[in-house]
Design a protein around this ligand. Structure first.
Ligand SMILES: [Zn+2]
Length: 75
């Protein structure tokens, strides 16, 4: 959907991510977070793609490396 610009459910090309957000204080964006200590968490805003025909949603973390560190190479 992000790369193809086409809805995988209904095949429509009426897909958009621009200017879409879930109005939640304080982020003004939908976020995903990983708890790193009891008090702190790492978070990333989400890019939400929505099909204008069937309403299917697809979400991508903007900074996934903040949530899931890359595995160390075993060399
Ligand atoms: Zn669709």
């Amino acid at each position: 959907m992000k790369q193809s610009g086409e809805c995988p459910k209904c095949g429509s090309r009426n897909v958009s991510c621009k200017d879409l957000y879930i109005p939640m204080y304080p982020y003004r964006a939908l976020v995903v977070a990983r708890q790193t200590t009891p008090l702190f968490s790492e978070s990333s805003p989400l890019d939400v793609y929505i099909c204008g025909e069937c309403g299917f949603l697809e979400m991508y973390a903007r900074t996934p490396s903040q949530l899931i560190p890359k595995p160390k190479s075993s060399e």
